[in-house]
Ligand binder design. Structure first.
Ligand SMILES: [Zn+2]
Length: 87
């Protein structure tokens, strides 16, 4: 979903030692794979708070006001999805 030409924040899970928590280009928050759901939400909220997006107590909200999905998706071959910049 896009709001005002801005992509929504998405969460990505990655294993590795060098993780960039926030990618402003892709508007992606990266958390270590294997975090519990609670810690994942906590980590995502921390990044969002750093971005000055006020957060409710128990969930992570995108700047557009939508709840951000913080559960790892079951792999279902969606990685080829292309986000078009065309109007
Ligand atoms: Zn959004």
């Amino acid at each position: 979903m896009r709001v005002g030409g801005l992509m929504c924040v998405t969460v990505r899970f990655e294993s590795g030692t060098r993780i960039e928590p926030w990618d402003p280009t892709e508007r992606t928050i990266t958390v270590p794979a294997g975090l519990s759901p609670l810690l994942t939400v906590t980590a995502v909220r921390a990044v969002l708070a750093e971005l000055c997006i006020s957060q409710p107590p128990f969930e992570a909200l995108c700047f557009c006001g939508e709840t951000i999905e913080t559960l790892p998706r079951v792999p279902e071959q969606r990685s080829t999805q292309v986000v078009s910049n065309a109007p």
